[in-house]
Ligand binder design. Structure first.
Ligand SMILES: [Zn+2]
Length: 485
């Protein structure tokens, strides 16, 4: 019996009802997909990439980039993969996150082996992945990854009859990363994978992968087109240009790779003001008369918990009553939920509130955090163009960077008495400009920040910058970054 014959026999056996048909039919799907002949696969392609959680406003789609090269290499025997994306600027003018505008090319390089993930950053340095779920998901929802993952999980096939045809479903997953239903057509070929993927902001985030345009490659049917959505928006669209099976794929974590624990360093910037550094994204603790306000809860619940612990040690005996969220980009909001669990109210731009209410209502079964396990509800203090916080001892002014290409709703905080400004992304202390940048190297985000500061007169009222990325800096460095002498 041929492979389609075998599938027909399975279909005939179930006679039009929906239900389980047993493990043996997984073998039929594996045969239809040629999975037993594929140990490794190398895929090249081109298309579009979209930066998850990086839109200029919370309700907009993820910003789009040209995907000049998609390079995927998977080893299903060792459970490892290389995922390299070569990007170039698509949006003109630039809008949103992802190091826009990209001049030339930008590479995003992720690696996974088992549950160990690592990456290579823009400077070529190798380091552990902050979040391995997307790479684990990409590996095990690839066409033959689905079959391998389902076989490993002992998944059973269920048959679903629609318009007189049988479709085959497989439920499988990887604990802590994702769970999924793979859908196969009457021909036994994979069409779609509906997954829930662990995300710090969106919780059990919906991730839908589709496969189409099957071609025969070395006797194996393989889809030449793939699309992925994350949450409600597109994440990836690739047309494959080259598929090679059973190439060498020796993918191992680099020696000495260690998942770094959360390190938080409290650096005093003024009386009662601490730059909480130690990682890639900082926070700032501000001591008020009878409570503490923290500016920025970045990255993850784990980072949030570590910052909370460090703030309590640095400023003992005062509760953290507010957390100011500079902007909604996921690397700047992933730690908010830890502060909610701590009892803090989220101060954020009003354009973000509905987004967070929705996002935080999503289930968190894949990677539960304290807010989920303790059943806490978030409270918000939404703000507009300007908002002043004062308790008589200290004054904090919040200003929105309305019109900024990186983020329209980005909030900066100014402490007028201390002449200190807190700023995320629009200025990053890593740009240690020692003199004004030449005009052709000026980033529109930095130029907009400088114009806004001048318009508000803040350029004259601030000396010191505590950026969320990089080290303490001086106001004149923003001027230089904007190309102004
Ligand atoms: Zn950002």
């Amino acid at each position: 019996m041929g492979r389609l014959g075998a599938l027909a026999a399975v279909a005939a056996f179930v006679m039009g009802f929906t239900g389980p048909v047993g493990a043996q039919s997984l073998d039929h799907l594996a045969r239809a997909m040629g999975a037993d002949r594929v140990k490794t696969v190398q895929i090249k392609g081109t298309g579009f990439y979209y930066h998850l959680g990086g839109s200029a406003l919370a309700n907009e789609p993820w910003p789009k980039f040209n995907l000049k090269a998609y390079d995927f290499l998977a080893n299903y025997e060792t459970g490892s993969a290389v995922i390299d994306l070569t990007l170039s600027q698509f949006l003109k003018p630039p809008r949103g996150a992802g190091f826009q505008p990209i001049r030339g090319e930008l590479k995003r390089r992720a690696r996974i082996s088992g549950d160990v993930g690592w990456g290579i950053n823009r400077q070529g340095r190798t380091g552990p992945s902050r979040n391995t779920a997307p790479a684990i998901h990409a590996l095990w929802t690839s066409p033959h990854g689905v079959i391998r993952a389902a076989q490993a999980a002992g998944a059973r096939v269920t048959v679903h009859r629609s318009k007189g045809q049988d479709f085959y479903h497989l439920n499988f997953g990887k604990p802590g990363a994702f769970k999924a239903t793979a859908r196969f057509g009457p021909d036994g070929l994979l069409r779609r994978v509906d997954a829930r993927l662990a995300d710090e902001v969106l919780g059990d985030m919906r991730a839908v992968t589709t496969y189409s345009d099957y071609k025969l490659v070395d006797g194996v049917k393989f889809p030449m087109r793939m699309t992925v959505t994350y949450g409600p928006h597109p994440a990836l669209e690739v047309r494959f240009t080259e598929v090679r099976f059973n190439v060498a794929a020796d993918i191992k974590p680099p020696k000495g790779l260690k998942a770094r624990g959360q390190r938080v360093k409290a650096e005093k910037a003024a009386d009662g003001i601490w730059h909480m550094t130690g990682g890639s994204h900082h926070s700032v603790a501000i001591e008020m008369a009878d409570h503490v306000i923290v500016f920025e809860a970045p990255l993850s619940s784990a980072r949030g918990e570590a910052v909370i612990a460090a703030v309590k040690k640095t400023i003992p005996g005062k509760p953290i009553r507010f957390v100011i969220n500079s902007h909604h980009h996921f690397d700047h909001s992933g730690g908010l939920r830890a502060f909610v669990a701590e009892g803090a109210t989220i101060i954020t731009h009003r354009s973000n509130k509905a987004f967070y209410v929705n996002a935080f209502a999503a289930p968190r079964t894949l990677r539960p955090d304290r807010m989920a396990t303790e059943g806490r509800m978030a409270t918000f203090l939404p703000v507009g163009r300007k908002h002043v916080i004062s308790d008589g001892t200290r004054r904090i002014e919040l200003h929105a960077l309305t019109g900024n290409p990186h983020c329209e709703s980005n909030l900066i905080a100014v402490l007028p008495k201390e002449r200190i400004m807190l700023v995320a992304d629009a200025y990053s202390g890593r740009q240690f400009a020692k003199k004004p940048l030449p005009k052709n190297r000026v980033n529109p985000t930095g130029a907009h920040l400088w114009r806004t500061l001048v318009r508000l007169g803040l350029d004259k009222r601030v000396d010191t910058l505590l950026p969320i990325h990089g080290r303490k800096s001086e106001m004149r460095q923003i001027r230089w970054m904007a190309g102004v002498k």
